[in-house]
Design a protein around this ligand. Structure first.
Ligand SMILES: *Cc1c(COP(=O)(O)O)cnc(C)c1O
Length: 418
C-alpha cells in the first residue's frame, strides 16, 4: 500500500482480515474458474465469430450478433432462451417488461420474499401512469419471517392462486439475508408443489456468477437482471436481460418491442462487442467484487462493527452492509470510497434528498460507467440502522484500497476508534 497513506494499525487489521477470509477467497476463485469455463464453452458451442461483434442499424433484421448473444446467455443460464438488449434502460425496466409481458387483467402477482425492490412499487401498485394495478392485476405479498428467512409454509398457502410467484434473490437495501440458490430451489419446490402452473420469476440482480448455478438451473421459469451489474462485466455500457422459458421470453419481447415482431427487431448499434466481452469477463469481475465484499466484512468486523453477511458466510451476491452507527461515520466512509475511485476521486459526496427515499442518502461512486454498481460503490440512507450498502470492485487490489481509504477517512475524521 505504499502509494497510499494508511495508518499502520489499519494495515495490520487488513492483513489479518485477509487471513480470516482466505477460505472464502479460495471458494470464490474456484467458482469463478468454473463459471469462466462455462462461459467460454458457450462461446465455442455457439460458434461466436468476429462478425457477431459488429453491430446493425435501423430495424435490426437478421442481427446475428444479437441472436447469438441471446443463445450464449441461454446456454450459460441453463435455459431455453434469453432477451439481452442494450435498450433495457436498467434492471427495473427489464423486470417491468417481463411482468407486463406475462400478466393479464385478473391475474395475481405474488411476491413470496417480502416487498420487492423499491423501484418496483410504482410499477406494481401505482395509482396512475399505467401500473399493473390500473390494468387489473392483483398483488399480494408473503412477508419474510422475523429472522429474514422465507416463510415456506406461508408461501405454500398463498401460492395456490397466482400467475407469477416472484422471488428477489438479493437483500436490496435491507439487512435480510440474500437467498442462496439452495434456498431459492426450496422456495420454487414449495410453490410448484401447490401450483404447478405458477410462473416462478426471480429478480437475479447482483447474483449472477456468485454461485455455480443460476435460479433457472434449479427450476425458475424466468430470471431478470441488469447489465451494469454482474453480467455486463463492467464493459456493457447499459442494458438488461430476461432469460428462461421460451414462451415467457417471447411474451417479454412482445412487450419490449411489439406483439408479433418480438425478438426479430431491435438493432444492436455498436453494443454487441461490449456485451459479449463483458459477459466473457463477468465471472472474473464478480470474483473481484466478491473478494472485495468479503474483505470489507472481515476487516470491519475486526474493527468492531456488525457486518452483513458475516465474513465467512457463503456468498450468493456481491452486496455487503456495514452497520457504522452514526450519520457522520457513514459520510466519512463514503468520502473515503469516493476518494479511492479511479474516476472522479476528487469529488466530495454529499447527502441529498433522493426521490423515493424518506431520508437523505449519501452515495459514493467513481465509475467508468455512470451508476454501474458492479464497480466499487457505496450508498447509505441517513437513518436507523445507519448502515452503508457496499458493492462492486472490478479488481481486488483497487477494491481493497477503496475499503482501506474508507476506514482511513473515518479515522481521520474521528469516527473510528482503534
Ligand atoms: C439494482 C436492483 C434492481 C434494479 O435496479 P435498477 O437501478 O433499475 O437497475 C432490482 N432489484 C434489485 C434487488 C436490485 O439490486
Amino acid at each position: 500500500m505504499e502509494h497510499f497513506n494508511i495508518d499502520k494499525r489499519l494495515l495490520e487489521a487488513a492483513a489479518k482480515a485477509e487471513q480470516l477470509a482466505s477460505d472464502n477467497f479460495r471458494k470464490i476463485s474456484e467458482t469463478a474458474e468454473y463459471n469462466g469455463q462455462k462461459v467460454l464453452s458457450a462461446f465455442i458451442n455457439n460458434r461466436i465469430a468476429e462478425m457477431h461483434l459488429k453491430g446493425t442499424t435501423g430495424y435490426g433484421y437478421n442481427d446475428d450478433g444479437r441472436d447469438k448473444l441471446d443463445a450464449v446467455y441461454a446456454e450459460v443460464f441453463g435455459c431455453e432462451d434469453a432477451l439481452v438488449r442494450h435498450s433495457f434502460v436498467n434492471g427495473t425496466h427489464a423486470l417491468s417488461t417481463a411482468l407486463f409481458g406475462i400478466l393479464r387483467p385478473g391475474d395475481t402477482l405474488l411476491c413470496v420474499t417480502g416487498a420487492p425492490y423499491d423501484t418496483l412499487t410504482e410499477v406494481i401498485s401505482g395509482d396512475s401512469g399505467g401500473s399493473l394495478k390500473e390494468f387489473g392485476v392483483k398483488y399480494r405479498c408473503v412477508e419474510l419471517l422475523p429472522d429474514g428467512a422465507p416463510d415456506i409454509e406461508g408461501i405454500k398457502k398463498a401460492a395456490t392462486e397466482c400467475k407469477i410467484a416472484y422471488i428477489q434473490r438479493s437483500r436490496g437495501y435491507s439487512l435480510r439475508p440474500s437467498l442462496t440458490i439452495a434456498k431459492i430451489e426450496e422456495i420454487i419446490k414449495a410453490v410448484k408443489s401447490v401450483n404447478q402452473a405458477a410462473v416462478v420469476m426471480v429478480d437475479n440482480c447482483y447474483g449472477e456468477f456468485a454461485e455455480k448455478k443460476e435460479p433457472t438451473e434449479v427450476g425458475a421459469d424466468l430470471i431478470v437482471g441488469s447489465l451494469i451489474k454482474n453480467p455486463g462485466g463492467a464493459v456493457a455500457r447499459t442494458g438488461g436481460y430476461i432469460a428462461g422459458r421460451r414462451d415467457l421470453v417471447e411474451l417479454s419481447a412482445y412487450r419490449l418491442t411489439t406483439v408479433g415482431t418480438g425478438k426479430e427487431v431491435g438493432c444492436s448499434l455498436d453494443e454487441n462487442r461490449n456485451m459479449f466481452l463483458g459477459f466473457f469477463l463477468a465471472p472474473q469481475i464478480v470474483e473481484s467484487a466478491l473478494k472485495t465484499s468479503v474483505f470489507a466484512c472481515a476487516f470491519f468486523k475486526l474493527l468492531g462493527y456488525e457486518v452483513f453477511p458475516d465474513a465467512n458466510d457463503e456468498r450468493t451476491d456481491i452486496i455487503a452492509a456495514l452497520k457504522l452507527g452514526t450519520p457522520e461515520a457513514l459520510c466519512a466512509f463514503c468520502k473515503g470510497i469516493q476518494g479511492g475511485s479511479p474516476v472522479d476521486s476528487f469529488a466530495a459526496p454529499e447527502p441529498w434528498d433522493m426521490p423515493g427515499y424518506d431520508s437523505k442518502v449519501i452515495m459514493a461512486a467513481g465509475a467508468f460507467t455512470m451508476g454501474a454498481s458492479v464497480e466499487l460503490s457505496a450508498d447509505a440512507p441517513l437513518r436507523e440502522p445507519y448502515a452503508v450498502w457496499l458493492q462492486g470492485g472490478i479488481t481486488y487490489p483497487s477494491g481493497k484500497a477503496g475499503i482501506l481509504l474508507a476506514a482511513q477517512s473515518m479515522l481521520d475524521s474521528g469516527n473510528l476508534k482503534l
